[in-house]
Design a protein around this ligand. Sequence first.
Ligand code: NAD
Length: 242
Amino acid sequence: MKNKIVLITGSSQGIGKTIALKFASLGAKVALNDIAAQEESLKKTQQEIGKDAKYFLADVSNHEEVEKMMAEIAKEFGGLDVLVNNAGICQDRTLAKMTQEEWQRVININLTGVFNCAKAALPLVVSSQGSIVNISSIVGQRGNFGQTNYAAAKAGIIGFTKSLSKEVGKLGVNVNAIAPGFIATKMTENLPGQMAGIIKQLTSLGRFGQPEEVAEAVIFLASDKASFITGSVLNVDGGLSA
Ligand code: NAD
């Protein structure tokens, strides 16, 4: 990863931050991204990494902000080797109670955000013959109660990944997805009722994953060691999908 230029969206905390720290520890130059409301924690992450990291505020669901961020990254770093589409939210509610706004917000950030970032990054990633890693979810493969919006977006990411891999494979770009199971981050710290216990029981390894365990898989898929892997979905779920 020495001197590779990597953009990780949604990297002020959680899995995204862990991915950024891991790339930086391997010598990569890291472009951090998050929304303006997260600027303080994004700045802290940048300071933890030091001069090899810069941060860029942009809402991934906003096409113009993403275009602007990509132009700034090209200017600051001179290109882009790896795009990690990690930014995501959940707004859970059963379909009967879900509002149009809750549906749209999750689709806009989790799915259209991937489109916006991949589209804007594509010329840079093609010219570096780099790679794209999209963070999907086991929920996009299996569904989950109260998550029709999230599941639809995460399933959409898988279709997007497979289609884009066919479009850009002959240009030397690999595109893959990771489907994490339940990982210990802010997103999963307030699961309702007995849910955490039930999930652990259903997970072969009997526990939630750690962000580092997702980061290792991202590093692998972004590395030359995964040079013949494209259009694939790697489950990092402790056996929950087995
Ligand atoms: P998190 O909430 O800790 O981190 C998500 C980050 O994305 C936050 O920093 C947030 O500010 C940022 N973000 C939100 N909206 C954004 C936007 N519009 N533009 C830019 N950044 C935005 O959650 P996490 O658990 O670290 O999740 C990271 C990714 O992994 C998400 O895509 C999530 O869906 C996925 N995932 C998480 C789990 C899990 O169990 N934690 C499981 C499967 C998939």
